[in-house]
Structures are given as C-alpha cells and as structure tokens.
Design a protein around this ligand. Structure first.
Ligand code: 5RP
Length: 227
C-alpha cells in the first residue's frame, strides 16, 4: 500500500495551477486523486476529467472540479496506474475495466504519468490477462477472432454476471502468457471488428513511470525527476 501511495503522491507534485488533469482508475490512481483533493482544498485550481464513474465519484467527494470528455480540447497531465509494465515501459491496463477512457486520456495528454508499485514490473508482458473492451452484441464472434491471435479468452464476470464497462461494453480477458511484440499484437487486436479498445498502452505515449517500493523508496523507470 505504501509503495502505491508514494508513487501516486510523487506524480501529483507535477500538477500545477490552471492545469487540466486526467484522473486514472484503480487503487494507485485513487491515492493520486486523494492527494490532488488535499491540494485542491488547500487552494490549487485545476480542472479534472475522470476515466471512470468510480474516479469521478471519488473526485466529487474531494470537491475536485470535473469537466466532461466532450468539453475537452486539451489535457495537460494524466496520472494512472497499470497492471504490468515491461522493460521498455509498455503497459497492460484495464484490470479495473476502465481501459477505453484511460487510453483516450493517455493518448490526448501532454504528459502521461504512470504510477505503480514494483510488483507490476515484468520483463515481458502477458502474465496478466490482457483486457480488451468489446461490443456486447457480437461477443462470441469477437472472442473467436481474439483466440485466433493465440490466446485463451472469456468474458469477464462479476457477481455471477457479465461485467459491464462504464461505456456499456464487455471485457474479454485474454491470456497470452508472453507478449513478445506488443506493437504488432496491439494492431492485430484493434483490426478485429467488434473490438472497441485494447489494454496495451505502448511506450511512446508513456512519459514517466514512477515506481514505489515497500521500503518507502521510489525510482523513475522513465522520465527525469527534475523536468
Ligand atoms: C484500471 C486500470 C488500473 O490502473 C490497473 O488495473 C491498476 O490498478 P491498481 O492501481 O489497483 O493496481 O488499468 O482499468
């Protein structure tokens, strides 16, 4: 817990007055939202856009001012967690099912800061099942096409029912075990009709990766501390 909290709080140090900030989802992003909330209560003026209903509700509790996706033309910084980070800083995201909005934020932000504890670091992506958001009405056909890419996959379940994303879609969790060429897999996934978005976030869009450790230390896997 301390490792995630430290990484998230370090990322919040990059937020300045007047910025438009993307809020990630998950337990690490939650620490960032809490830290931002404290800064807002202390007088920081920012506008935020949330990647999930859960993050939006949390931000509201802290009195953080929120804007809708449709009203945005620019995002300064997005802070978000990840499920896996490989040695090149490619990511698997979407463990919480918020990958579509998370990817839109990451893609459109001047800076995308990833905050993780060191348990998320891997040599090669793929042990964590890759989440892929798919349209519900063609789920079986889309699963078949995903399996053709070399994975085992099924629709994510929650409380005995299909998990439904904030966008009304389903999540196919794809067990690849080893993703040797994430760039190629990402393209092949996005080419399947019925796929809305995939959970591979590729390194060119990742500006900083801040890693927290249980002993209270931090390291920057990508990005300079002083920038
Ligand atoms: C949600 C995500 C999260 O960032 C990811 O699952 C990591 O979560 P946590 O910080 O709880 O470990 O992608 O869709």
């Amino acid at each position: 817990m301390i490792a995630k909290k430290l990484a998230a709080e370090k990322a919040v140090e990059y937020i300045q007055d007047g910025m438009v900030v993307g809020l990630g989802s998950g337990s690490t992003a939650t620490w960032a939202i809490k830290a931002l909330g404290e800064k807002v209560n202390a007088g920081l003026h920012i506008q935020c856009v949330a990647s999930s209903v859960a993050s939006e509700n949390l931000a509201k509790q802290y009195g953080i001012s929120l804007v809708d996706f449709s009203a945005l033309s620019d995002i300064d910084i997005t802070i978000d967690g990840a499920d896996e980070v490989d040695a090149q800083c490619n990511l698997i995201k979407g463990g919480g099912g918020a990958l579509l909005r998370e990817k839109i934020l990451a893609y459109n932000s001047r800076q995308f800061i990833v905050v993780v504890d060191d348990s998320k670091l891997v040599h090669t992506l793929g042990k964590f099942p890759l989440p892929v958001e798919i349209v519900p009405f063609a789920a079986e056909l889309t699963l078949k096409q995903l399996r053709n890419l070399g994975c085992e996959t099924s629709i994510r379940q929650k409380d005995g029912k299909n998990f439904v994303t904030d966008n009304g879609n389903l999540i196919a969790d794809c067990f690849f075990n080893q993703i040797e060429v994430p760039e190629l897999l990402n393209i092949n996934i996005l080419l399947i009709p019925g796929v809305v978005e995939g959970g591979l976030f590729l390194h060119p869009k990742v500006n900083r990766v801040i890693v927290g450790h249980a002993d209270g230390s931090l390291h920057f896997m990508k990005g300079d501390k002083k920038e």
